[in-house]
Design a protein around this ligand. Sequence first.
Ligand SMILES: [Zn+2]
Length: 476
Amino acid sequence: MAEEFVKEITPRAEDYSQWYVDCVLKAELADYAPVRGCMVIRPYGFAVWEKIQAILDRRFKETGHENAYFPLFIPRGFLERESEHVEGFAPELAWVTRGGGEELAEPLAVRPTSETMICSMYAKWIHSYRDLPVLINQWCNVVRWEKATRPFLRTTEFLWQEGHTAHAREEEAREEALRMLEIYRDFLEEDLGIPVIAGEKTPSEKFAGAAHSYSVEALMGDGRALQAGTSHDLGQNFSRPFDISFLDRDGQLKHVWQSSWGVSTRLIGALIMVHGDDRGLVLPPRIAPVPAVLVPIAPERAREAVLGRARQLAAALEGVHLDDRDEYTPGWKYNDWEMRGVPLRIELGPRDLEQGKAVLVRRDTGEKVPVDQEALPRAMAQMSSAVQAGIKERARNFLQERTWPVDNLDQLRFRLEERRGMFIAGWCGDDACEAAVKEATGATARNIPFAPAARSAACVVCGKAAAHTVYYARAY
Ligand SMILES: [Zn+2]
């Protein structure tokens, strides 16, 4: 039997980014690919992504969206039609210049996002107000040539969903962008247990080509922010160059109003960093691929009796994986499943068997509760809800403790040197002041929150009256 402790994970206090990589690699979520900047999502990590997909896909369909699929390759001319868009993405584009042994007449970009491709098709499909709204989502991969990469957080190729909608009226596109942001916010908080700040991006941080960009921002365990999802009101910025027009009820030819929105496999990085601890991952029960594991404690004398009952229980209980591997000790298995973030563990030993009991253990707090075997389904459902609520509460408290209002740039700088977190500060609206914060502190404007925790009277840089309250943070 293997007695050695489970694969070591670097403590967070010693080296946070090594801890993160250890979680990714040792819990077998992903591995480095033989292609620079790319990762392989392993079955356990992909199972988490499938859970995320299943919940979001249902919510997209409930709000009237349909899935479709568009090509991976985008002709250069498409990207060049919207000038801000091409400028924004130019440094990150990967190009295909040869195919079938020949130089291509027009190079093809590997999609960094699909606005241009999808707009070219909407121009073909939309003619009348009767064709609107068009509400389409695509689950796919995208490529952005990144210089510094980190599994799940920033990789050259990643998986995501991108919604693209077209509407007859400006306010409908704006409402759609905000509706989808609200779905992201609710999903992050209720299903992933990750509290977020919802708000509007500053003009310098908005999506290249958008009229308004909105985001949900989360705070990671090291006090750095992570943009967890974005939604854009595109106005007519794409419908004009792509000439997506429709004949309205009043007989006038008009351009449509559009939105686009997306979340990616980055969410898995957020899950690791918001909930994980020095033992490894802590997964919210709603998206854990293995909701509970049953570990039999079966010494030789009671082996058959314990294993027999364990098999019966595992077959009868929903979502329980029986770990009956012979070659590992129970202690080794505890550590292994804790590292993988399995929310609940059931222990069953000879004494439990005699008393008709089992022991339930919570991954997030380590709390152990003896339970009558007959009462397991109810006790597990209760404990599972308690874990889901408990990790969300912990993350919310952390976000509150690490959010500080600041009055001036020095205060922001000193505070940031002490501890990372979210800083609430006033902003006059001038790009130069926003740039000055970044220059002096490395913190960027995360968003202008819809509901700020505090309001600021004066710009943190120039001292003029604040037009907005902004969340600043160092971010991934
Ligand atoms: Zn200012």
